[in-house]
Design a protein around this ligand. Sequence first.
Ligand SMILES: [Zn+2]
Length: 123
Amino acid sequence: MDRPMKSRCPECGYIANSIPPTHKCPDCGGFSHDWLIYDWDSFASIKRRHLSYNVAIICLAHAGLLTALILGSSPAVPWMLALLIVPAMVSGWRCRRQLRDQSKYQGHKAAIVFPWFSGFGGL
Ligand SMILES: [Zn+2]
């Protein structure tokens, strides 16, 4: 890490330079284990990476759909590949919307580094 990452209290929105060691918010006094990371640049770079994954998946899904249409309805794998287009489009759309609107950014959880298809994060 080349610079300190700011943190945001999930209760009151207080922004600290780092998560207090006791996890106690100096502003509202609440204890939280869900302090958000408040760093637009790292958030945006993660989202941009996910967006490129989604674009790749959408291309792959199109190829799967095309293969399924050419080969007929029997092969299951191309159809399954084609079904990936749905979450990829939803996730890609969300990434684009989040990237476009920095003013709505309110911090993020560390788990967002995992894209939806990893099984760890949500959409
Ligand atoms: Zn607080």
